[in-house]
Design a protein. Sequence first.
Length: 94
Amino acid sequence: MTILISAGHSNVDSGATNGKDTEAAIVTDMRNMVGVYLKEANVPYIQDGTGTVNLPLKTAGALAATATIAVEFHCNSFSKPSAQGVEALAGTKD
């Protein structure tokens, strides 16, 4: 079993923004943290870049085809401060 962890967006697509904070930077940090935990647990994984590198969706898609499980991180944004919640999408590999 191999897990793909993908930061979503890329170095050229910032995703949602809040001042100087970008979705791409936040999810890249998330991907890197999850990678540390997977490595410590000896779980085989691949990722769509290392450090601050966040490769394009096309690359993540190609990597997903080689993985047993693919996880892509995103953060949503909304103009109302009271907005909250979680979103998860799942589907079969085929």
